[in-house]
Design a protein around this ligand. Structure first.
Ligand code: EPU
Length: 302
């Protein structure tokens, strides 16, 4: 971004933007170079105005959730990175429906719903992302997804128009949705939940948490599963069978606990992580003839 664009941006938004921000501080894998600008947007009208600002000046815009399913390359991100807060982080329960902003932190929502005696979101236990990010990538387990709960999703289009997409207009697949279409920003959603005993819901959450803690490196910097499970197979099983557990490039290591996770042992770069991921992919391809597809989102300049 030019200096002029940066100073215009600073005047345009209500919360002062941060410039040249290390994305390693905003991703759970703790890698990634500098973003030109990071902006916190508090209202839908401010978001619309920012989309217009960027469009008029040809400035790329990237929506950051919790940075938990994301690898930012070492050259960082050009343009504006934005996070949704304020009214875009609100939660409203209405009998068995919950209306949520795209910036809502999913782990908090899961517990709030459980306390209200509303079940369904347990499938997302341990997904450390925002609702918007979870919807775009249809987060969940290997066979239960957040998309199954959706009644409607509210988006902001590239043209600055707010649209409510009904269930019929939405497509959810395995770690995929048509919300990925260019330029759509998920600003909110209405989810359908089921009434149940709060204690029974909490017990299911604890059960899933125990499983995650036993099988995934939840206390180490990582970005969740690197690859999608191929049809009828498990990427983790193939990667382990190919002898990849524990393999290291720099400070990036294939988790000894779950072979579909790469952990950052301290000073890993995005280049270490991506070189290791390609090595994993090639090894599985040579061994089993299966080319794994990336599940994490990879963005930024080399
Ligand atoms: N397995 C191995 N070796 C490993 C890892 C797994 O042999 O290193 C085997 C396990 O023994 C098990 C099978 O693979 O028999 C499945 O493992 P797991 O239950 O851990 O599930 P997964 O398919 O590896 C999926 C999702 C996870 C989600 C878990 C738990 C994908 C790519 N992954 O993992 O989602 O947390 O189920 O529900 O669909 C993510 O989306 O980032 C993610 C981590």
């Amino acid at each position: 971004m030019t200096r002029k664009a940066k100073s215009q941006l600073a005047r345009w938004v209500s919360t002062p933007p941060a410039f040249n921000v290390p994305m390693s501080q905003h991703t759970t894998l703790r890698v990634g170079g500098l973003a030109d600008a990071l902006v916190h947007v508090k209202t839908l009208s401010e978001l619309r105005s920012l989309v217009q600002f960027c469009r008029e000046r040809d400035i790329p815009l990237f929506i950051l959730g919790e940075g938990s399913n994301l690898i930012v390359r070492d050259g960082g991100i050009r343009g504006v990175v934005l996070r949704l807060g304020g009214e875009l982080e609100q939660v409203n329960f209405n009998t068995t429906k919950v209306t949520v902003g795209g910036g809502v932190y999913l782990p908090h929502l899961i517990v709030q719903a459980a306390r209200k005696g509303l079940s369904g979101l347990e499938r997302c236990t341990g997904v450390p992302g925002t609702v918007g990010g979870a919807l775009i990538s249809n987060a969940g387990t290997a066979d239960e997804f957040i998309g199954d709960l959706v009644q409607s999703v509210t988006v902001l289009t590239e043209e600055g128009e707010v649209r409510e997409l009904s269930r019929d207009e939405l497509r959810f697949g395995y770690r995929w949705s048509n919300l990925r279409e260019k330029g759509l920003i998920v600003v909110g959603a209405a989810l359908n939940l089921q009434p149940d005993e709060p204690s029974a819901i909490m017990e299911r959450i604890h059960h899933r948490w125990r499983y995650r803690r036993q099988t995934q490196p939840v206390n180490q910097p990582c970005a969740g599963c690197i690859f999608k499970n191929p049809p009828g197979e498990r990427a983790g099983r193939l990667l382990e069978a190919a002898g990849l557990k524990g393999v290291r490039i720099g400070d990036a290591q294939v988790s000894p606990l779950h072979a579909n996770f790469i952990v950052n042992l301290g000073k890993a770069t995005a280049n270490d992580v991506l070189t290791l991921a390609e090595h994993m992919r090639q090894t599985v391809h040579e061994r089993f003839g299966i080319l794994l597809e990336y599940e994490v989102q990879i963005v930024g300049d080399d």
